[in-house]
Design a protein around this ligand. Structure first.
Ligand code: SF4
Length: 1124
């Protein structure tokens, strides 16, 4: 007999809607049962539920129980208060949650009353700081202080007056100083904010004093204790997330009962519908976490302006209305994620014009209505001021431009979402069994940053892969099966540690399967639960002990439900740092009574993707709707030609700065002078090694002499840092500023120049810094940082590096920040990386830089004389990418060859051959060894290539042995997983391993490029297409390791294969024996061909670089190396 309680189903067949009885009947099936189950549950949706937008194939969670007694049919209507404990209720469902995997934010739900459009726009144009108003900033300051007050309330506290006056003053000062940037942005004096806050604090103290009194006549409830502030909740049951101001324990004086409740502060004038709605939504979250201890009877809403306290008793009607709206928004989001047209409800009509007039999304809504919905062709045209204004601002060209890009962004975002969701599903099972070991707070020097670190452990009890989270990655923590969510932590350390017996006391780990899980899924889950022993102790004895322990623990024979962990075993440990999160939120009282170590945690990757798309949309919005960006609109949308200062001015610059340009070549000189004279934009096509850094450094110096302010921007931190360091070294007298929210992400050499831009002593401090600083720098992703928003149009020059690799909507951002923009790029080898083929085809794959270069060929400057690569490397690059455009800038560089300080003959002939100084370019083909490998073994590699790793290790050891310095070699690869393996494998040699996307500042004598592609399928082609980026960073010797069969035919790499074929520049690795000693340990663990015991591993894999005897004869060399 089947019983289904609170399950997720798939809608089977189109819903049946009966207009006359206002009933929608949906038939359901279990998503994973493949239609085999004879039971087909049904839900009848009545009343307001009738309108739920359900289609065939949608997923819904039904909160209720399907069983034989109710014939697997449930009714859902507003009027019925469902109680699972009452028998007569078995025919009713409590709620249905449409697409429960989509987490709709609680603010989106509440702001969508009375208009759904507002909810949607607030989500897709989310950028809190674009149009900040004074009262919003004051509201935020009061909020943060209020939370601090409430957080101090504990059980033993009798009166709020226990908080000393000096502490109150400190809190006020802290709150103001952490909002200085925003105050500056809205032009509000700090004193005004401080006075306002003092008054507010008095009101808060009076209110808290009253409500905390046990005998107060004013309140029939008593606030007893605070258990958490600013807590993030993510409910997989109801499909929404929210951040609750405070969770408090309230005593109902009448019933003499304590319960957990949400306390929300509102600083606005009066109670509005959405304030109430927000608190009611939080009731659902609290009930889920605190179960019976939470009560929806008493929820607190404190409206500060009026001093009113609302004790909200939520009604079922209200819960239903909110969940229905959540379902509607989730459906719109689903369509948007799938890249399908999202048909929004029309704009509110004339009767509700006031709502539109004061709506905070009215400009975005008007822009959408004009450009996407062609509202001017409909019968009703709104007349509120912002709409009328938008009608005049948005001409036909602007509307077309917005429509085009809005649609392209939607396509790309949907493609990101679908691959992210797939990845998420794949990764989730691996994260089971992560336990928190301890929570240790670190209050940083900056008192307003509450920082704490957590240690998470996962027991290691078998072979297989390490989890895909590494040092430096951003991550979120989620308590499995709970609403607990902690966001934005940075992984400080990932390592193997002693398994903490307090956390896993039974020495047993359960792999828990759901009852109906298929065997395949079980196996997959089990496989992912096992991690590698790769990095376990180097000590021989210790390893042998582990070996013996492992023998006892044979995962294949063991019970699949309970698996023993041998004593003294190790754990994979993560140390994660969270900032600005209240530590109280990890106490058992705020975790629903559980200790943090009892919860199984899941690591979730923090995605910046949504943020990136919001930046794109907001850039478009700013440029098209604001008058001050007319200049940018002219050249980006209307295709107006760029203008420059007249020849006289340019001559003057040349004379004035002759000292700074005299050592430059002609094209570099022109680039510097023309950039200084640009009025709108200057595109500089800079080929590799042509001195881009040098030109930037001179532009910056000359601009600062002219008393101009410069902003340096690039898409990634490492490039921004490298350029700034170069400027710092060349011109130490210049005052530099590096804006980076995460100081740990900045190069240590810039530590004195870096600030997160949020915490300041006073506005004067910011003003002084802006006044004194000549060069600012940050990434394009910081576009909406309040610090930058306060400086819009204040920069005289914005320099954008690698502009050819940045999409057009993102490049608009830097253009808006300054009066003139100077873009450097190279579209021959570097273009925006786009996920969706459709979005790429429609224009996202073409940068604004390339578009402008194509349009104004006579206005661009080409830096074509290179000073990096020798003759053969330059020839190769020229023929495969630049059609001969690149020229040599220096004769010495042209003829440069690698020379070895020590004459050591390599152990294997193929290595000796590669080492030859005459060979500047070598392609090492591993096809022959792949051919001798079983397909199942090749499949285990997927995003790694053990053979390439072995070849690289062999070469690196040989180069080092011959006296080449570690700093002169780099290994480059497009695949992250493969790089992590290489880093590990070359740890002893300390050679730099760089992702192809981060090669921007690289320049080495020897570069080894690893193609990774072990089959035609894995890894994806997108990564292989970027390989050229690695080729152009080398000076004397370029070595490419890969499988010719798997990359041939793929453009543009195909050109490279053809070229090296004609030049006889490749070698085959024919015999596995020649590389086996260099294989990574991991290969021995996972490939059946090399499987050995741990002891054998140690014997075989111990790589000791010894001086070997010379190779016997040339004949032997030719046998082993097939030089074609
Ligand atoms: S302007 Fe009017 S229609 Fe548009 S989102 Fe706001 S309230 Fe809704």
């Amino acid at each position: 007999m089947y019983v289904f309680t609170d399950r997720i189903f798939e809608v089977c067949g189109p819903p049946n809607r009966e207009e006359s009885s206002q009933t929608q009947t949906i038939v359901l099936k279990l998503p994973e049962d493949g239609g085999e189950s004879p039971v087909r549950p049904k839900v009848l949706l009545r009343g307001n539920w009738y309108k739920t937008p359900i289609d065939e194939g949608d997923h819904i969670r039904v909160i209720g129980t399907f069983c034989l007694e109710n014939e697997y049919t449930l009714v859902l209507e507003n009027g019925y208060t469902y109680d699972p404990n009452v028998k007569s209720d078995i025919n009713y469902a409590e709620y249905i949650i449409l697409e429960p995997d989509i987490m709709v934010s609680s603010t989106t739900i509440t702001s969508s009353f009375p208009c759904v459009r507002r909810g949607v726009f607030s989500e897709i144009f989310k950028s809190s700081s674009i149009e900040k108003k004074g009262n919003m900033v004051l509201g935020n300051i009061v909020h943060s202080t209020f939370e601090k007050f409430v957080a101090r309330i504990h059980k033993e506290m009798e009166s709020i007056k226990e908080i000393k006056k000096s502490e109150v003053t400190e809190m006020i000062n802290e709150a103001v100083s952490s909002h200085i940037v925003s105050l500056r942005q809205v032009n509000m004096p700090e004193e005004h904010a401080r006075e306002f806050l003092k008054k507010s604090v008095n009101a808060i103290i009076t209110w808290l004093g009253g409500i905390m009194k046990p005998d107060s006549k004013e309140f029939n409830i008593q606030l007893k204790e605070c258990v958490g502030t600013e807590q993030e909740y993510q409910s997989t049951k109801y499909g929404f997330r929210g951040k609750i101001d405070s969770i408090v324990v309230l005593k109902d004086k009448k019933l003499n009962e304590d319960s957990f409740a949400a306390l929300e502060l509102k600083t606005g004038k009066k109670e509005q519908g959405h304030h109430r709605a927000q608190v009611i939504l939080y009731a659902l979250l609290i009930m889920e976490r605190f179960a019976e201890s939470a009560s929806p009877r008493n929820l607190l809403l404190y409206i500060m302006k009026t001093g009113k306290t609302h004790i909200i008793k939520a009604a079922r009607e209200e819960f239903c209305a909110l969940i229905q709206r959540r379902n509607e928004l989730a459906k719109l989001q689903k369509l948007c994620n799938l890249g399908k047209p999202m048909i929004l409800p029309p704009m509110l009509n004339e009767k509700k014009a006031k709502e539109c007039e004061f709506c905070y999304m009215n400009r975005q809504c008007s822009m959408y209505a004009l450009a996407i919905e062609n509202i001017e062709e409909s019968s009703y045209i709104p007349r509120f001021p912002k709409f009328t204004e938008s009608r005049t601002t948005m001409c036909a060209l602007s509307r077309d431009y917005f429509k085009k890009w809005f649609e392209i962004i939607a396509i790309e975002q949907s493609s990101y979402n679908s691959s992210f969701n797939k990845k998420k599903k794949r990764v989730l099972p691996r994260e089971e069994n992560l336990r928190m070991v301890e929570v240790s707070p670190i209050i940083e020097a900056c008192s307003s940053t509450n920082t704490f670190t957590v240690r998470l452990q996962k027991p290691i009890y078998g072979y297989m892969k390490l989890i895909d989270f590494n040092e430096g990655n951003y991550t979120n923590l989620h308590g499995t099966g709970t609403t607990i969510h902690i966001s934005k932590g940075i992984i400080l350390k990932k390592h193997i540690a002693q398994l903490d017996e307090r956390v896993f006391p039974s020495n047993k780990v359960k792999i828990e399967y759901e009852d109906d899980m298929k065997n395949e899924t079980k196996n997959e889950l089990k496989k992912h639960c096992f991690v590698s022993l790769e990095d376990l102790g180097e000590n021989e004895k210790e390893c042998e002990k582990e070996e013996a322990e492992l023998k006892q623990f044979d995962c294949k024979k063991s019970d699949p439900v309970k698996s023993q962990i041998p004593k003294g075993r190790k754990a994979l440990e993560y140390i994660i740092e969270f900032r600005g999160v209240n530590r109280m939120n990890l106490e058992p009282s705020s975790l629903g009574g559980k200790h943090s170590s009892e919860i199984i945690w899941r690591l979730e990757s923090e995605t910046t993707n949504t943020y990136q798309f919001n930046i794109m949309r907001n850039n478009l919005f700013l440029m098209l709707m604001k008058h001050e960006f007319k200049k940018q609109k002219n050249y980006i949308v209307y295709n107006h030609e760029p203008t420059f200062e007249d020849d006289e001015a340019l001559d003057r610059y040349e004379k004035t700065f002759s000292h700074y340009v005299e050592d430059l070549n002609e094209e570099q000189k022109i680039a510097v002078i023309r950039s200084l004279g640009t009025k709108e934009f200057q595109c500089i096509l800079s080929l590799p090694g042509t001195g881009e850094m040098l030109v930037i450094e001179r532009i910056v110096k000359c601009a600062t002499i002219l008393k101009k302010k410069v902003l340096l921007m690039a898409s990634n931190n490492s490039l921004v840092d490298a350029t700034l360091i170069n400027i710092k070294e060349k011109y130490p007298d210049l005052k530099l500023f590096r804006l980076n929210n995460d100081a740990k992400g900045t190069d240590s050499r810039l530590i004195n120049e870096t600030r997160n831009g949020n915490t300041w002593e006073s506005k004067n401090e910011i003003d002084q810094l802006i006044e004194e600083t000549q060069v600012f720098s940050t990434t394009t992703m910081s576009m909406f940082h309040p610090f930058l928003l306060g400086l819009i149009q204040k920069f005289d020059y914005v320099i954008v590096q690698e502009a050819s690799a940045i999409t057009e909507p993102i490049t608009i951002g830097p253009c808006l920040l300054g009066k003139a923009v100077i873009m450097f790029g190279d579209y021959y080898i570097s273009n925006p990386s786009v996920k969706s083929i459709d979005a790429d085809r429609k224009g996202l794959g073409r940068s604004l830089f390339k578009r402008l270069c194509d349009q104004y060929t006579s206005k661009i400057i080409v830096l074509k004389h290179q000073y990096r690569m020798n003759k053969n490397i330059c020839k190769l690059i020229n023929s495969i990418a630049y059609s001969g455009l690149m020229k040599h800038g220096s004769e010495a560089v042209k003829v440069a060859k690698i020379c070895y300080p020590n004459e050591v003959i390599a152990r294997f002939p193929w290595i000796q051959e590669v080492k030859s100084p005459e060979r500047s370019v070598v392609f090492l083909n591993i096809d022959n060894v792949l051919k001798k490998t079983m397909p199942s073994d090749i499949c285990t590699m997927r995003t790694k290539n053990f053979y390439e790793a072995a070849v690289i290790k062999g070469l690196v050891c040989a180069f080092l042995e011959s006296g080449i310095q570690t700093r002169d070699i780099a290994v480059v690869s497009p695949i992250r997983n493969h790089l992590y393996m290489l880093q590990n494998h070359l740890r002893e040699q300390k050679v730099k391993c760089v992702n192809i996307e981060r090669v921007g500042e690289l320049s080495k004598d020897i570069i080894i490029v690893s193609c990774v592609k072990c089959t035609r399928v894995f890894p994806s082609l997108k990564d292989i297409r970027r390989l050229y980026l690695g080729f152009v960073r080398v000076k004397k010797k370029l070595i490419i390791v890969g499988s010719k069969n798997n990359i041939i035919g793929i453009e543009p790499i195909n050109k490279f294969i053809k070229y090296i074929d004609t030049k006889n520049w490749y070698l085959d690795i024919n015999n596995l024996q020649q590389i086996i000693r260099y294989l990574p340990k991991e290969a021995r663990r996972v490939m059946s061909k090399f499987k050995t015991t741990r002891k054998q591993d140690r014997e075989d894999l111990k790589v000791k670089i010894k001086k070997t005897s010379p190779v016997k004869s040339e004949t032997e060399t030719s046998k082993l190396v097939k030089n074609q």
